[in-house]
Ligand binder design. Structure first.
Ligand SMILES: Cc1cc2nc3c(=O)[nH]c(=O)nc-3n(C[C@H](O)[C@H](O)[C@H](O)COP(=O)(O)OP(=O)(O)OC[C@H]3O[C@@H](n4cnc5c(N)ncnc54)[C@H](O)[C@@H]3O)c2cc1C
Length: 339
């Protein structure tokens, strides 16, 4: 049974852990949920709805970031994302607990989950929000990029009607630190949809090669620019990515040349990425490019020009010719791997 304090302005955020690990973006969503409550100057609570396996220790520690309670929905049926099941289960929880609104970080999975949940709940779905203002009068407005980031639109809606679903652009989410010793209260929820009540079933799950992962999901990215060259010259970037288990990205000239498809473009008019490591090869570091990779944790840059702007962002900068350095680097990585 829900306690009274959760009845009013309970902001939800959804976590879909991979292999038992809570996604980094969840911590940014918590900070955003807290900010909304503070700006409303209201009594409010933050609930994390964790769908899939995660340890009780990790769940309780969400309290230190500002989560009041965790609704943990898990069993073997929740081990892999299944749109119809996850949206159906979430809808049942929304009906029971009645949250004010529901936050998710935008990923391939939430691009599926968000619209499904909004359709089942007959409510609004705002995709790729960069900012959100929830007024005490029940009116809200969100800013989101459109036209490949050339334009930004403001979407107005009523947040007190039917728990709207907001998916946040991961690159705008903060990377907060824990600020208390608090532990979140964990409530276990059993999935209730029987397989025979679902129209779809997942028959197989195939892991993508890291090189082909969506850039927004990638942990390691190897990015190439005009300095690498077009066509076959660019193969060296794929070779390095394969050697280190990375995903390939590029700058706009690489996409304009047709060497990589558009979904591999990083930057203001491409993807905003937040990997643990990005290796930039032959990239000058124009601000339209760096805007898309500012959230990378570790940045390596290799460029001929010692004054290239990309070095301002680099934790490790190497001045040199990529066509000479990259084959040596790959050879050394392979040697270390076999050793
Ligand atoms: C509205 C707008 C939106 C844009 N959006 C994007 C975007 O989303 N993403 C994006 O990438 N760009 C975008 N651009 C383009 C952006 O301004 C730059 O032109 C682009 O990022 C430059 O790409 P680059 O670094 O690959 O090429 P360059 O700027 O030409 O840099 C090439 C680099 O390679 C180095 N180099 C050359 N040969 C070698 C070698 N053999 N070894 C090592 N280094 C070498 C050079 O020293 C240089 O630093 C946008 C532009 C506009 C106007």
């Amino acid at each position: 049974m829900q306690s009274d304090i959760f009845k009013y302005r309970d902001v939800w955020l959804v976590s879909l852990p991979r292999e038992g690990v809570i996604e980094d973006s969840v911590y940014g969503l918590i900070a955003e949920a807290r900010r909304q409550i503070d700006e409303l100057a209201a009594e409010g609570t933050v609930t994390a709805v964790v769908m899939g396996p995660a340890t009780d220790t990790d769940l309780a520690e969400l309290g230190a970031y500002g989560v009041n309670r965790v609704l943990h929905l898990t069993d073997e049926r929740m081990a892999h994302y299944h749109g119809e099941r996850f949206a159906g289960e979430l809808r049942l929880m929304v009906k029971e607990y009645n949250p004010a609104c529901i936050f998710m970080a935008q990923t391939a999975e939430t691009d599926d989950l968000g619209p499904r949940l909004a359709a089942l709940s007959v409510t609004d779905f705002i995709r790729r929000a960069m900012d959100l203002k929830m007024g005490a009068d029940g009116n809200a407005s969100a800013i989101r990029p459109v036209a490949n980031g050339y334009l930004f639109e403001e979407v107005c809606f009523e947040w007190q009607k039917g728990a709207p679903v907001i998916s946040w652009l991961p690159s705008v989410l903060l990377d907060p630190q824990p600020d208390s010793e608090a532990k979140a209260r964990i409530i276990k929820v059993s999935p209730s949809l029987a397989p025979e009540n679902l129209k779809t079933k997942i028959t197989d799950v195939t892991a993508a090669a890291p090189e082909d992962l969506d850039l927004e999901e990638a942990d390691i990215i190897v990015a190439g620019g005009r300095g690498v060259g077009k066509g076959e010259a660019f193969d060296i970037i794929h070779d390095l990515a394969r050697a280190i288990g990375g995903t390939v990205g590029g700058t706009r000239p690489i996409i304009d040349w047709g060497t990589l498809p558009y979904q591999r473009q990083i930057g203001q008019t491409g993807k905003y990425v937040s990997p643990r490591l990005i290796i930039n090869c032959g990239i000058s570091g124009a601000n339209e490019y760096t805007a898309g990779m500012e959230k990378a944790q570790q940045v390596i840059a290799i460029d001929l020009n010692p004054r290239a702007r990309i070095f301002r962002f680099a934790d490790l900068g190497v001045q040199g010719d990529v066509s000479e350095l990259l084959p040596l680097l790959i050879e050394r990585i392979e040697e270390l791997k076999t050793a």
